[in-house]
Design a protein around this ligand. Structure first.
Ligand SMILES: *Cc1c(COP(=O)(O)O)cnc(C)c1O
Ligand code: SF4
Length: 469
């Protein structure tokens, strides 16, 4: 392959036109992209532009859909309103102000994702930690709260456009480690973001090192899209070798290191540098496990998953999860009904060997837990979804089955009704998960926005529970 620029160069709303390939697009499309990117985050790097997007296939190209603003991401009226503003040459501040109410209508805090499950310490919320499932703690290091490119559907979008601030993240590695030290059931620590791999190795090391002498921590996981969006991180970046050395040290200290690689499409696995990255990471003793949400216009095709899982297995990576796109941001444009997602999963699952069937899905990360849509069945004359709880707020729920009435259009757990005349799902008995959380459809089927502003959640006294969905 021709020489690949290994220096990270970003494009965003302000230098969109500096992307040479963008000149192929019509003036209308360009204005539209500017309008959408005033509302939703947009950032893409040169590697993605030059090596992952097939510009001959734009706009349908899946990587273009994944990273560039699309007009369908806003409602027609919001889109046209923003387009008019852009056309009139409105200054940046005015665009920002106009964007805010649109952003607030896009459910910026799904399932209370940032405010639930944050542990308390001495009457104060401990930022930078989410501890929902007994065995696994999520860590959000402050310097890891951005990404090498932004996925257009991403549910973390609120923090990228400043609707959500970073108060939930932590600058204090020692404090995070102290919490984990006090929780002997925790075997896994999962670094997440944003993307923790945007951190320099020496910064990541500050967060990792204090964990290495905690006996009960068995595995350090890093959730990352960098293997796809910026594989140079592991091959050519200045501190790539230091990073591999850190992985080796983790192994030498008797712990496992797993990269939870976010791969949306097999295209991301085709470049030489993407393959070198996996090879190098594996030779440093890390396991690569792979996961991604199912996204309309990007990977809503069983062929894509089949080839992706096959390629991953061939490269020594382990398929892990297929997620359901959550109910936030531009989800109308990107979401796939549960029934359709299940059909895609099953079709791909049937076409890979057992080594590719380690991928579980489609799985929803919702308030009660991770809920798998395990299949469609007909029981006693009623067509139902068999649901299975893979992870639960209550550890006793794990692996329990529930049945929901089949609904070809349902897209999320709160679109589902219990089957067989039951009045609730088993998790509904938990006050944190009960019916008030269920979505009450408005005329548009959108979630009524109950909570706004980050100020509500920063006082440390009333962690908001029933947010969004
Ligand atoms: C998915 C998830 C985890 C990790 O779950 P595994 O099934 O162990 O991969 C941990 N915490 C939260 C909040 C999660 O959503
Ligand atoms: S890499 Fe992950 S956190 Fe970053 S934009 Fe994509 S989905 Fe969101």
């Amino acid at each position: 392959m021709a020489s690949i620029p290994s220096r990270l160069r970003f494009f965003g709303p302000h230098n969109l036109e500096e992307i040479p390939q963008v000149s192929r697009l019509s003036a209308d499309d360009l204005v539209s992209m500017k309008a959408v990117s005033a509302v939703l985050p947009f950032r893409v790097n040169e590697y993605v532009v030059n090596h992952l997007i097939d510009w001959e296939r734009v706009p349908e190209d899946p990587m273009f859909q994944l990273t560039f603003p699309q007009r369908g991401m806003l409602s027609k009226s919001d889109h046209d309103y923003m387009v008019d503003l852009v056309r009139s040459g409105a200054p940046r501040l005015e665009l920002r102000a106009a964007a805010r109410p649109i952003q607030m209508r896009l459910n910026p805090h799904p399932a209370g994702q940032l405010s639930l499950n944050v542990p308390m310490e001495g009457g104060e919320r401990l930022p930078g930690i989410q501890h929902k499932y007994r065995e696994t703690v999520l860590l959000f290091p402050t310097p890891g709260q951005t990404c090498h490119s932004y996925c257009s559907y991403c549910f973390r979008w609120a923090q990228f456009v400043g609707v959500e601030d970073l108060k939930f993240a932590s600058k204090e590695p020692q404090r995070l480690a102290a919490y984990i030290r006090g929780k002997p059931d925790v075997s896994d620590v999962l670094f997440t973001g944003g993307d923790p791999m945007v951190m320099k190795t020496h910064v990541l090391r500050r967060y990792v090192e204090p964990l290495l002498d905690i006996e009960h921590v068995a595995t350090i996981r890093i959730g990352t899209k960098s293997l796809a969006y910026w594989p140079h991180r592991f091959v050519h970046d200045d501190d790539a070798d230091d990073l591999l050395r850190l992985f080796e040290e983790i192994r030498e200290r008797g712990k496992q290191i797993a990269l939870m690689g976010h791969y949306s499409h097999w295209v991301e696995l085709e470049t030489d540098v993407a393959r070198q990255a996996i090879e190098r990471v594996r030779s440093a003793g890390a396991v690569v496990r792979t996961q991604a949400p199912l996204i309309r216009h990007v990977n809503d095709d069983p062929e894509v998953w089949t080839r992706m899982w096959r390629t991953q297995v061939r490269l020594g990576a382990v398929p892990y999860y297929m997620f359901v796109e959550r109910d936030t941001g531009p989800s109308d444009y990107f979401s796939v009904p549960l029934a359709g997602g299940l059909a895609i999963y099953e079709s791909a699952y049937r076409r890979v060997s057992g080594l590719g069937r380690t991928a579980r899905g489609p799985s929803m990360s919702c308030t009660p837990g991770k809920i798998l849509v395990d299949g469609v069945a007909e029981v006693a004359g009623e067509k139902v979804f068999a649901l299975k709880m893979l992870q639960g707020r209550d550890p006793e729920w794990v692996n329990r089955i529930a049945f929901a009435k089949y609904d070809a259009e349902a897209r999320w757990i709160d679109d589902l009704q219990p089957a067989f005349g039951a009045s609730e799902f088993f998790w509904d008995a938990d006050p944190e998960c009960s019916t008030p959380l269920r979505r009450e459809p408005t005329s548009k089927g959108r979630i009524p926005l109950k909570v706004v502003g980050s100020s509500d959640r920063d006082d440390g006294t009333t962690p908001l529970r029933r947010v969004g969905s």
